[in-house]
Design a protein around this ligand. Structure first.
Ligand code: KIV
Ligand code: ZN
Length: 435
């Protein structure tokens, strides 16, 4: 139904773009239950987390970071509940976060005992600011924290029954010298000695987004080139959204060589949030690429999300917000109405309706209430569309302008949006009951 509708200039080479990454979705990892949850005013309860996990599974996530079990009783109990209630499908991997500290790593292994497959996600902070101000340690000392953590992870995994993989994040990467971050990641990989049959994940976070997306992509390109064991490593990104560029950062990062994205639904997460996976996935979908996540009923997902997190989705949030498919203005309404009529007349399958980036129906929205809405900015095309769609009334071409002005005038006077019923009543009063 969808294909790319933009035009590339002639003679554009884009040498740095990994062409096979354009049409292949990355591996998605939801961090809603960890990064998303840790940023909530009121963190989710055990039952809410369980229901959220179930929803993520239904959406199709195969990798889900479920928490930081050594950080709180709720997180620990949640991990245990998922395992003891057999809620983790065989094809889903749960991931848990741990700092590189002995007692925390040990508690993390206790929490995941019995999981079918778990990723133990180790992190420590590597930025100049954190090294100097928080830890007061040298580069070598910070690298040693990562390496010691990696050694302990390997030892405990060898001693514990279960199927484990490892992930390492140089936290605060965005403030870290890139060659140093690679040095630390490679030192960790030297400990883990990953194999293509059990890959390690190296996860690059823009912990605090501090650069334009092309800068991050250039960093990813460098890392992709200089990581050791590259065939045995999944290169993952974890974009935050402090400059409002999380989506662009993720997209450019994938084109520069990353294989995997950690993010959240609706971009929940610390401060301005993590990258919004719905936007990323639907951007792919609108280019004809199957993102392998099920977003055919976003309103249903949104309702659950808003209930569990007590957060609110912005009306202009791409693909999900109340107003993102709505046209109030006359020229937009006219173009949409004509585009819809053209589509019907030509029996088109490919989507090409002006002003609508995707068919609202594909994400669970309706034409009746979501697309054409009437206020004082609206025009005759919109008014005709609403009367036809809701009441089967098709106004003759010659009358449309007059009816359009009549309806606009009422909205102007009242300073209000007019419901379809109200539009009908204005029409009825003037044209139906006057005879
Ligand atoms: O944003 C971040 O750096 C993190 C790490 C723990 C991956 O959430
Ligand atoms: Zn994060």
């Amino acid at each position: 139904k969808y294909e790319r509708t933009y035009f590339m200039p002639p003679e554009c080479t884009y040498d740095w773009v990994k062409k096979d990454h354009i049409d292949t979705p990355p591996i998605w990892c939801s961090v809603d239950l960890r990064d998303g949850n840790q940023a909530l005013i009121e963190p989710m309860s055990l039952d809410e987390k369980l229901a959220f996990f179930q929803m993520l599974v239904e959406i199709g996530f195969k990798e889900i970071e479920v928490g930081f079990p050594a950080a709180s009783e709720t997180e620990y109990n949640f991990m245990r509940a998922l395992i003891e209630r057999n809620m983790i499908p065989d094809d889903v991997t749960v991931q848990v976060l741990t700092q590189a500290r002995e007692h925390i790593i040990k508690k993390t292994f206790e929490a995941v005992k019995g999981a079918p497959h778990a990723v133990i996600h180790l992190y420590n902070s590597t930025s100049v600011a954190q090294r100097e101000q928080v830890f007061k340690k040298s580069k070598e000392q910070i690298k040693k924290i990562a390496v010691d953590g990696a050694i302990l992870l390997k030892e405990l995994a060898d001693q514990t029954d279960g199927n484990f993989s490892f992930e390492y994040s140089p936290e605060s990467f965005s403030g870290t010298e890139v060659d140093y971050a690679v040095e630390v990641c490679n030192a960790v990989l030297d400990v883990w000695q990953p194999k293509a049959s059990n890959k390690a994940i190296i996860n690059i976070p823009s912990t605090v987004e501090n650069a334009m997306p092309h800068v991050f992509a250039t960093q990813v390109e460098y890392i992709n080139k200089h990581l050791k064991y590259r065939d045995a490593v999944t290169l993952s990104l974890h974009p935050h959204n402090d400059r409002g560029c999380g989506v662009a950062t993720a997209e450019l990062g994938v084109l520069a060589g990353a294989d995997r994205i950690e993010g959240t639904l609706f971009g929940n997460g610390e401060r301005t949030g993590n990258v919004d996976i719905i936007t990323l996935a639907m951007n792919m979908y609108s280019h004809g690429v199957d993102p392998k996540l099920e977003f055919s009923n976003i309103p249903k997902i949104r309702k659950k999300y808003e209930t569990f997190t007590r957060m609110h989705v912005d009306p202009r949030q791409p693909y999900s917000g109340d107003l993102v498919f709505t046209a109030f203005s006359g020229s937009h309404q006219d173009a949409i109405a004509k585009g819809m009529a053209w589509r019907e007349e030509k029996k088109l399958y490919k989507w090409s309706v002006p002003y609508l980036p995707v068919d609202p129906v594909d994400v669970g929205r309706t034409y009746d209430s979501d697309v054409i809405r009437i206020n004082s900015q609206s025009g005759r095309g919109g008014v005709n569309y609403v009367l036809k769609q809701n009441f089967g009334i098709s106004i003759p071409e010659k009358m449309r302008e007059e009816v359009g002005y009549l309806v606009k005038h009422v909205s102007d006077e009242e300073h209000k949006e007019l419901s379809p019923q109200w539009v009908y009543e204005i029409f009825e009063e003037k044209y139906v009951n006057t005879q």
